[in-house]
Every structure is written in structure tokens, then in C-alpha cells.
Design a binder for this molecule. Structure first.
Ligand SMILES: NC(=O)c1ccc[n+]([C@@H]2O[C@H](COP(=O)([O-])OP(=O)(O)OC[C@H]3O[C@@H](n4cnc5c(N)ncnc54)[C@H](OP(=O)(O)O)[C@@H]3O)[C@@H](O)[C@H]2O)c1
Length: 249
């Protein structure tokens, strides 16, 4: 028996990076995986092909998680096709190097809205519409280490990801006992953002991590599987750090 046999799972932003690893892992564990993307159709198709090639089952649903109308339609189409949803992973996040390293004085509401609309409001919207079609199940949110410990480089991003920590606790209480809601707090993982870094910056990131390497997307997928499956059946409202020891005090 696989850990997610018979479950319907939606992973937002799973056309690449950590989301694609989570989708692939869920597929291997028996879930029917809905691969969501906003613009990278070919990447999303590749993820679906790879799940099917491994003997799993998957489909694609395009939606911008920052648009309430698109999110509403995405969940409506899941309800029409499957009648329910069992697992939601709110993974979609805006990776935009130009929003990094901003001086505080240059951050305005427009900049805040750009990031909040995806990372924060997107998580809210998908959770809201998912809760309407989930009879029981699990929501897994994705936050980031700076939301917990602070960071001077990515103020807007950490601010938005901080709201995901509080939303996790609020929804865990509101949706209990039907739906468990937990959050993964990710340290530095090897995905597209690494391309913005100089060799020196990358070296400094790695030196700050006691395990002396970046995380692998598959390692985040293992935690997502734990939080989505019955292995964590008595855990809700928690934010669990996975960071190679970076935040350890
Ligand atoms: N990598 C890290 O070290 C790290 C650390 C802490 C937290 N995180 C968080 O982990 C999550 C995944 O990160 P990643 O590094 O794997 O990111 P990534 O490689 O940049 O992938 C982002 C994914 O999100 C999708 N996406 C972006 N905006 C979207 C929208 N509005 N609606 C739907 N999908 C959207 C992208 O699809 P399209 O290309 O189709 O738009 C893509 O599939 C994010 O929430 C990120 O903030 C990552």
C-alpha cells in the first residue's frame, strides 16, 4: 500500500523546482496529481509525462493563483471531474530577482502587492476554495526561513511568507477536525533563484548552512509527503523547518 493511494492532490506551481519534485513524489506514492502552473506549459507537461512514465496518474490545470477568478475555476473543474480534493500543497511562489535586495525606501504598495498576491493571497485563495471541496485531508503551505529569523535582503518576500505562517495557524484551527493544515519552512534549496547569485554569494549561503550544502528539491518533497500523508495524522497548525541546520541557535 502506497502512502497516498486513491488521493487527489493539487500542487500549485508544480511545473518546476520544488513543486515538480513534490508532484513527482506524490505520483510515486499513488496520488492522482494535479499539476498547476501559470505560464510554463511545456515544463508542466514534462512533469505529467514523468509521473505517468513512473506508473502514476496526473493531469495539468493552468491557473494564476493570484487571480480569484482563475482559482475559483480551477477548483470548480476539480470538483466537476473528481468530486473532491484530498491534498493541497500551496507551493506557488514568485521568484523574481528584481524584487530581491530592494532598499526599504524603494518598497511601495505596488511592490508589496506583486509578491503578496502570489505568495500570500494565492495561498489564502487556494485554501479557501480547496476547503469547499475537501471532505477531509491535508493542506501543506510553503514558507521560508527569513519569515522566521529575519533577513535584510528579501524584505518583501519574507514579509509575505510571514503571513503564510500565521495563516497556517488560523486555518488549522478553523478547518479542524476535517482538514489538517501545516507549513514547511524552507531554508536554501537548489532551484532557479540560485542563478541570480554570484559564485561568492552562493559560497556565503552554503557556509551559513551547518550541513554545508543547499537542500535538494526531493528533500522538501519528503517533508511535503510526511505532512500530506497519514504519517502526520496527529499534527496540525505546525510550521516545520527544513534548512540543513541554518536557523539552529
Ligand atoms: N528554492 C528555495 O530555496 C526556497 C526557499 C524558501 C522557500 N521557497 C518557496 O518554495 C516554493 C517553490 O520555490 P522554487 O524555488 O521551487 O520556485 P521556482 O523554481 O521559481 O518555481 C516556482 C513555481 O511557481 C509557479 N508560479 C509562480 N507564480 C505563479 C502563479 N501566480 N500561479 C501559479 N503558479 C505560479 C511557477 O510556474 P510558472 O513558471 O508556470 O509561472 C513555478 O512552477 C515557493 O513558494 C518559494 O517561495 C523556496
Amino acid at each position: 500500500m502506497k502512502k497516498l493511494d486513491g488521493r487527489i492532490a493539487l500542487v500549485t506551481g508544480s511545473s518546476r523546482g520544488i513543486g515538480s519534485s513534490i508532484a513527482t513524489r506524490f505520483g510515486e506514492e499513488g496520488a492522482h496529481v494535479i499539476v498547476n502552473y501559470r505560464s510554463s506549459r511545456e515544463d508542466a507537461e514534462r512533469v505529467v509525462r514523468s509521473i505517468v512514465k513512473r506508473g502514476g496518474s496526473a493531469e495539468i490545470l493552468k491557473a494564476d493563483v493570484s487571480s480569484e477568478e482563475e482559482v475559483r475555476k480551477m477548483f470548480e473543474s476539480i470538483r466537476e471531474k473528481h468530486g473532491r480534493l484530498d491534498i493541497l500543497v500551496n507551493n506557488a511562489g514568485l521568484a523574481d530577482g528584481s524584487l530581491w535586495n530592494l532598499e526599504l525606501e524603494n518598497i511601495n504598495v505596488q511592490t508589496l502587492m506583486k509578491v503578496f498576491s502570489v505568495d500570500s493571497f494565492g495561498t489564502f485563495l487556494c485554501s479557501k476554495y480547496a476547503s469547499l471541496i475537501m471532505r477531509k485531508g491535508a493542506i501543506v503551505n510553503v514558507s521560508s526561513l527569513p519569515a522566521l529569523v529575519g533577513d535584510s535582503d528579501g524584505i518583501v518576500y519574507a514579509f509575505a511568507k510571514g503571513s503564510v505562517l500565521s495563516l497556517t495557524r488560523m486555518l488549522a484551527r478553523y478547518l479542524a477536525p476535517k482538514i489538517r493544515v501545516n507549513c514547511m519552512v524552507l531554508g536554501s534549496f537548489r532551484t532557479s533563484w540560485v542563478d541570480w547569485l554570484t559564485r561568492e554569494q552562493l559560497k556565503a549561503y552554503i557556509e551559513a548552512i551547518p550541513l554545508r550544502r543547499l537542500g535538494r528539491p526531493e528533500e522538501a518533497a519528503s517533508l511535503a509527503l510526511f505532512l500530506a500523508s497519514d504519517d502526520s495524522s496527529f499534527i496540525t497548525g505546525q510550521s516545520i523547518v527544513i534548512d540543513g541546520g541554518e536557523a539552529m541557535r
